[in-house]
Design a protein around this ligand. Structure first.
Ligand SMILES: [Zn+2]
Length: 379
């Protein structure tokens, strides 16, 4: 397995000085990240990979072992000249993550996730139309239940929620849940007493795909197709939030003019072309040949909406998340063809458009990555 280092992006205009504890925290994350992506290895290999001295590496490993995050895995089995090296690795069950997916309009979903991204428990409760304070209470209740189920130390709580969410976990606007300026991270943190990390569900999906979905590069766009259409964007390994935390709100870009009325009050939005319930309605009573034409037409609209985005950002990977019977096949093929038709070969030749391998668990997995990144600095 090849090990890629976390791309360390330096801001153009730094505003704060680095403190000694920042350096130590950074190096601790570097050690963890190397083991997270590369699997168990010796201290000597860790030092070589990270560029840290042997002494610093051993110190950090000892510190992480004391925190129960790392474990000695015995000596390397292959025959080598000299003293066999002891391997160290991350303990997958060292701690657990409480993960919540608020994106489904019918059910609030939750789970426990270990450090390898494996969901060890699922739970869901019907929203039953709850909004505002009632919806918040349901979210806190499910988080508490899951934390109790865990039976061990909880690393943190991760939440993927619909709406516009700032970097502090404040939901600025989530109309379907009746939340405006709700400090969701703060409310959950005081209810549970652990670190809480909240992001828009499509942004969480992009993180989940990047860390656990077999994503190959550092530029990734995840398009989520359900009741609505959203997108999460990673560029050079960083999640893009945008000036007003609304990066990826591609569902209400007008792609048909004149088009059908949209829930947002305008017409011809991408959502009116691609949202799953609308696509299903259009497919009702069609022959297989007609169905292929309907899906291909939707794919062409998606391809034309994506072409300027893919060109501007030189993205390498587009992941579709949603019902596979709608998205895979003629729709995906037409998206790729339209992207290629509308962009330069240097941009489009190597773009892959694929379905998420994480399926219905993508948001839960992504919410866990929020915690891994926020608490341990790994992804
Ligand atoms: Zn709209």
């Amino acid at each position: 397995m090849t090990i890629s280092r976390v791309p360390h992006q330096r801001p153009l205009r730094p505003t704060t000085k680095a403190l000694p504890e920042d350096t130590r925290r950074h190096n601790r994350s570097l050690v963890l990240q190397s083991l997270f992506r590369g699997g168990p290895m010796s201290r000597a290999d860790l030092a070589r990979l990270t560029g840290l001295t042997r002494v610093t590496t051993s110190d950090l490993v000892a510190e992480l072992m004391a925190a129960d995050l790392l474990v000695d895995l015995g000596t390397r089995t292959e025959s080598r000249v000299g003293k066999p090296a002891t391997l160290v690795g991350i303990r997958p069950d060292a701690t657990t993550i409480v993960s919540l997916d608020l994106s489904d309009s019918q059910h609030l979903r939750g789970g426990l996730v270990d450090l390898t991204g494996t969901i060890t428990e699922h739970r869901s409760i019907a929203w039953e139309g709850r909004t505002g304070a009632d919806a918040l209470e349901l979210v806190c209740d499910l988080a508490r239940t899951l934390a109790d189920d865990a039976g061990r130390q909880v690393l943190g709580v991760g939440v993927g929620s619909p709406g516009i969410i700032n970097r502090h976990g404040v939901v600025l606007d989530a109309p379907n849940l009746g939340w405006h300026d709700l400090d969701l991270a703060g409310e959950l943190a005081s209810a549970l007493g652990v670190g809480v990390h909240v992001a828009n569900d499509a942004n969480a999906s992009a993180l989940g795909e990047h860390t656990f979905g077999g994503s190959t590069g550092h530029g990734l766009l995840v398009i989520t197709v359900g009741q609505g259409v959203g997108a999460g964007l990673l560029l050079d390994g960083n999640l893009l939030l945008g000036d007003h935390f609304a990066a990826g709100e591609i569902g209400h870009v007008m792609v048909v003019d004149p088009g059908e009325p949209c829930a947002c009050g305008r017409t011809g939005c991408l959502e009116t072309v691609l949202a799953a319930p609308l696509l299903r309605r259009r497919l009702e009573g069609t022959t297989p040949a007609e169905a292929r034409r309907v899906l291909a037409a939707a794919g062409r609209r998606l391809g034309s909406a994506l072409a300027p985005v893919v060109s501007t950002l030189n993205l390498g990977e587009i992941v579709l998340s949603g019902p596979a019977d709608l998205l895979d096949g003629p729709l995906r093929a037409a998206t790729v063809a339209e992207l290629r038709r509308r962009t330069m070969p240097v941009v489009a030749d190597d773009v892959t458009v694929r379905l998420s391998v994480l399926g219905d668990d993508l948001v839960l997995t992504g919410a866990a990555v929020l915690v891994l990144t926020g608490e341990l600095g790994v992804s």
